[in-house]
Design a protein around this ligand. Structure first.
Ligand code: FES
Length: 104
């Protein structure tokens, strides 16, 4: 399945997403280093913040209270905000499109 990533410069890349990896890991492993993911995926840094295409919102796992609190600490939060380390990639998410959020 494909994961579409839009970088801060607006460049769009289609990545081969590995099922079972998080969206953050797929982006990081593709060498897109503007997604810092400083905490390595343990939901404590908010530097893996992305905006998710609303079309996919219903297919995503519910947000935990921790994720919600962390997103509140960012400047670029909106209704499409998620922490990409909290989004396991799956066949169902083929074509998922995420945009890397502005840096805090
Ligand atoms: Fe730190 Fe996602 S990588 S919260």
């Amino acid at each position: 399945p494909k994961l579409i990533v839009v970088t801060r410069e607006g460049e769009e890349r289609a990545l081969d997403g590995q099922v079972g990896h998080s969206v953050m890991e797929i982006i990081r492993d593709a060498g897109i280093d503007e997604l810092l993911a400083l905490c390595g995926g343990c939901c404590s840094c908010a530097t893996c913040h992305v905006h998710v295409d609303p079309e996919f919102a219903a297919k995503l796992p519910a947000m935990s209270a921790d994720e919600d609190d962390l997103l509140d600490s960012t400047n670029d939060r909106d209704a499409t905000s998620r922490l990409s380390c909290q989004l396991p990639f799956s066949e169902e998410l083929d074509g998922l499109r995420v945009r890397i959020a502005e840096e805090d």
